[in-house]
Write a protein that binds this ligand. Structure first.
Ligand SMILES: [Zn+2]
Ligand SMILES: [Zn+2]
Length: 368
């Protein structure tokens, strides 16, 4: 019997699984993951694999953030250069058009915790600040992050709940000090599959940049239509410089499992530009609303003020989901629709939050 075996490159058979987002006037809406690991710290994959994964998911930018203070595989991967994974991944990132940002993770006990340093110039300089007797000693974190500041880096606090005795985020004295000294510019509101509403509130109250990252250590395994946690960046240009400028000026949205968390001025245009609304009248009491959601994010709508207009699918609706990448058809009824009139209804977009527990208020307009 003849057996034929065909060997294909690992990624050749896979289709791109990229979250579709609308374009925003004046900005490039970039999909970024600024936190991940490879074998050069405690991750399980080779650096170029992270680039291939990012390409598969249509990401615009990634950062390999190896721990300075924690390199459990250093007997096998012996390089002393903390940007070794960057050097290995650089060529494939360039070939695939992915912006690879030089970065590292300062890894201390809570408090203060862990910090990612993006756009770092010399990651090895942080070795100077490591207490060799107790590598996780957090005492000199201000001096360490001051070195990051001198290098012109962008620093954010990672997973603020991690290694807290009660597994919750707590703004401690040291964080106040780091914020006062402008040594941190953002915080992870989302890390992997965890979102923290208190951290979202901190970001808005203290004007810190909202960050959302995978912190992936294992190979990235996603079903089609499933996406990693990402920071959506509204950049003036699709470049490293453009991303840095947007991060410094807080133009980001946390994106996680079909939810968006961000300032109203940034999330509203995303919802607006995702939807194409058309209405056609059936008679003076009935019309059909066709709402096309061109984005990969399903929007969970809750009617708050429909001024006499009733939404129906099979039965009366108060809540409905505008499915991703779909034409959504809804019957609406009223005591009297007048042709040529513009109508508007108020909705909450439940999975798009503009404050902790506060959904985006949205006005849906249509002309009959
Ligand atoms: Zn960490
Ligand atoms: Zn990490």
């Amino acid at each position: 019997m003849l057996v034929l075996l065909t060997v294909l490159p690992v990624f050749a058979q896979l289709k791109k699984n990229s979250l579709k987002l609308p374009s925003i006037q004046g900005y490039e809406l970039l999909k970024c993951d600024f936190h991940m690991h490879t074998v050069f710290s405690d991750g399980m994959v080779w650096p170029t694999t992270r680039v291939l994964e990012a390409n598969q998911e249509g990401l615009d930018a990634i950062a390999l953030t190896e721990h300075i203070e924690y390199t459990p595989k250093s007997e096998d991967f012996t390089s002393k250069d903390h940007l070794r994974s960057y050097a290995i991944a650089e060529k494939s990132a360039k070939e695939l058009g992915i912006i690879l940002i030089k970065a590292t993770e300062i890894t201390r006990r809570m408090a203060p915790g862990h910090f990612n340093v993006l756009f770092v110039k010399d990651a090895n300089a942080f070795e100077t600040f490591v207490n060799k007797d107790d590598t996780r000693d957090g005492k000199n974190i201000a001096e360490t992050l001051d070195e990051a500041k001198k290098q012109g880096a962008f620093v954010f606090w990672n997973h603020p709940w991690f290694q807290h005795p009660e597994n919750r985020s707590e703004w401690q004295k040291i964080h106040e000090e780091l914020d006062q000294k402008k040594l941190i510019s953002g915080i992870e509101v989302v890390n992997g599959d965890r979102y923290d509403s208190l951290v979202f509130k901190w970001c808005l109250d203290k004007n810190l940049t909202i960050m959302s990252n995978s912190d992936i250590h294992a190979p990235m395994v996603l079903f089609p239509g499933q996406y990693r946690a990402m920071t959506l960046v509204l950049a003036k240009e699709r470049s490293e410089k453009g991303i840095q400028e947007a991060l410094v000026n807080h133009r980001t949205i946390a994106c996680m499992e079909g939810q968006l968390f961000g300032k109203e001025e940034w999330v509203k245009p995303v919802v607006d530009n995702s939807l194409i609304v058309k209405a056609r009248q059936i008679n003076d009491k009935t019309a059909i609303l066709e709402i096309e959601n061109t984005s990969g994010i399903p929007y969970k709508m809750e009617l708050t003020d429909a001024s006499g207009i009733r939404f129906r699918l099979n039965s009366p609706l108060n809540d409905f989901t505008l499915d991703a990448l779909s034409q959504n058809t809804i019957t609406i009824t009223s005591s009297n629709f007048v042709k040529g009139t513009e109508y508007s209804v108020k909705l909450n977009v439940l999975n798009v939050q503009v404050g902790a527990g506060k959904p985006l208020e949205y006005i849906l307009k249509f002309r009959i």
